[in-house]
Design a protein around this ligand. Structure first.
Ligand code: MSP
Length: 469
């Protein structure tokens, strides 16, 4: 039977419209999803939107719309843009889905009955941008470092608390010991170290309900409170399997997300699952961030890049390439219009596009006919399997350069048709392997290349990636 592979992106807040950051995680997830399909896995790829909480309620109010109507509108900008990038998600979850709400309530009720939830008074500083309490020591100039344009608000409420602290030793053991019944992985290694350090430093219990926020799921045993948005949001990964009748896909194989929400995904989520008696995800991968021309991307700086702009300038496959090749795997990665354009011209117009055009023309001129089988192995497989799309692409581009050199060094154009055959066969074999290896990354280009070179008669075609400025 086929292996199942269940992977997720974060569900994005609907207070904002899609930008290159959301695009990054979702494109990479799609590439991984397509790769797993290519190797024969049965894949479930989930994305969606996070629609409750103070931040979304505030954004709806600003637009003068009832929250649900506002959510419908913004959620659609996410679910509509992904297919334009050839992102083939299997399900799009919205946390305002009544089934999601009901399942979350049932699970919380269970944790409550098991004694892991208690009521207490709490006073703290809340960042609506992060939708979380932050400590004095985390502040920078009195502001949340991630949301310097917002004020943190002092809040004092009676809330329900989850006994997170009691899970610290279990989580440490689960991360450090492969034989722990709760074993799960956090990658890259530096991110695992980060979570372990925080767990070892000692952690507090977690407030999981809000008295002041009405835009949320009611706490089942106390309807005067709503469930803390982060707690219900995390459960989307589980509720989606139930809603879609894919219960056997749980636990998730991979949660892909950005570094700023690692703690929620790498510790709080697992503690909640253990408390609920549910199996833990196998791997949490937290990537770093894009910066734009060495600055943080932000509305106030006016440097936000949208997926629509990328598509308009580069087209779908090039956008996917530019995202994947600059994936901030371990460190932040700087992008910007100038850098992206240079990379497009160097790697796609020149590198790949040029080789394809050159080779097709030579085959045509030398009356070369051949029918080669598709290669068995794809390039960069090891790298992709370990979530390193950048290095996987480098492997493919090494082969592009090598094939280019093969043609140049043998001066194929000076040879007779007969003499050119050996080198052209080798070059076409390479280009077929390149075409197949590109399939998860650039689906349309991959199909074009495989079509053009699977013979027997190879014809020149319009350039794959015209130069742009
Ligand atoms: N709603 C929460 C997630 C809940 S998941 C149970 C949330 N939403 S968000 O809209 O703010 O999206 C955050 C995610 O977008 C990041 O974790 C990351 O995946 C992506 N990115 C946002 N900005 C980014 C960059 N500048 N660079 C790369 N990815 C970034 O947090």
């Amino acid at each position: 039977m086929a292996n199942k592979f269940y992977l997720t992106t974060p569900i994005y807040y609907v207070n904002d419209i899609p930008h290159i950051g959301h695009t990054c995680t979702t494109v990479i997830a799609d590439i991984l999803s397509r790769y797993h399909k290519l190797i024969g896995d049965e894949v479930f790829f989930l994305t969606g939107t996070d629609e409750h909480g103070a931040k979304v309620a505030e954004a709806a109010k600003k637009e003068g719309l009832p929250p649900k109507e506002f959510c419908d509108r913004v959620s659609k900008t996410f679910s509509d843009i992904w297919p334009k990038l050839n992102i083939e998600y299997d399900y799009f979850i919205r946390t305002t889905n009544p089934d999601h709400e009901k399942i979350v309530q049932d699970i919380l009720e269970k944790i409550y009955k098991n004694g892991d939830i208690y009521k207490a008074k709490y006073t703290g500083l809340y960042c609506i941008g992060c939708e979380k309490f932050i400590t004095e020591t985390e502040l920078f100039d009195g502001k949340c470092p991630l949301h310097p344009n917002r004020e943190v608000v002092k809040q004092s409420e009676e809330n329900y608390f989850f006994k997170l602290s009691r899970y610290a030793p279990i989580l440490i053991e689960a991360l450090e010991n492969e034989n722990s019944p709760y074993h799960y992985r956090i990658s890259p290694e530096s991110k695992k170290t980060e979570v372990l350090a925080k767990l070892k430093a000692g952690i507090n219990d977690l407030s999981i309900s809000r008295a002041e926020v009405s835009w949320g799921i009611p706490v089942p045993w106390d309807k005067t409170q709503t469930v803390y948005v982060w707690v219900e949001a995390l459960f989307n990964y589980y509720t989606a399997t139930k809603i879609t009748g894919r219960g056997s896909f749980w636990p998730a194989d991979l949660h892909l997300l950005g570094k700023e929400i690692l703690w929620f995904h790498g510790a709080i989520w697992e503690a909640l699952l253990i408390a609920a008696g549910l199996a833990l995800p196998k791997e949490i991968f937290a990537h770093n961030f894009y910066t734009i021309d060495n600055q943080k991307m932000s509305k106030s700086l006016g440097n936000v890049i949208s997926p629509q702009q990328l598509l308009e300038k580069f087209g779908v496959d090039a956008t996917r390439y530019l995202i994947a090749s600059s994936f901030p795997e371990n460190n932040d990665s700087d992008v910007g219009w100038k850098k992206l354009t240079e990379k497009y011209n160097a790697d796609l117009a020149n590198g790949l596009g040029n080789l394809v055009a050159r080779l097709a023309k030579l085959c045509e001129n030398k009356n070369f006919t051949v029918k080669l089988p598709l290669p068995e192995k794809i390039l960069g497989e090891k790298e992709l399997a370990s979530i390193r799309p950048g290095p996987a692409l480098e492997k493919i581009w090494q082969q592009i350069n090598l094939t280019d050199r093969l043609i140049s060094e043998n001066k194929v154009w000076e040879k007779t048709d007969r003499e050119a055959e050996t080198v052209l066969t080798e070059a076409v074999k390479n280009i077929l392997q390149i075409g197949l290896s590109l399939r998860p990354f650039l689906p349309e280009t991959s199909a074009k290349i495989l079509d053009q070179f699977s013979g027997p008669e190879i014809k020149a075609q319009p350039p794959l990636f015209p130069r742009i400025s």
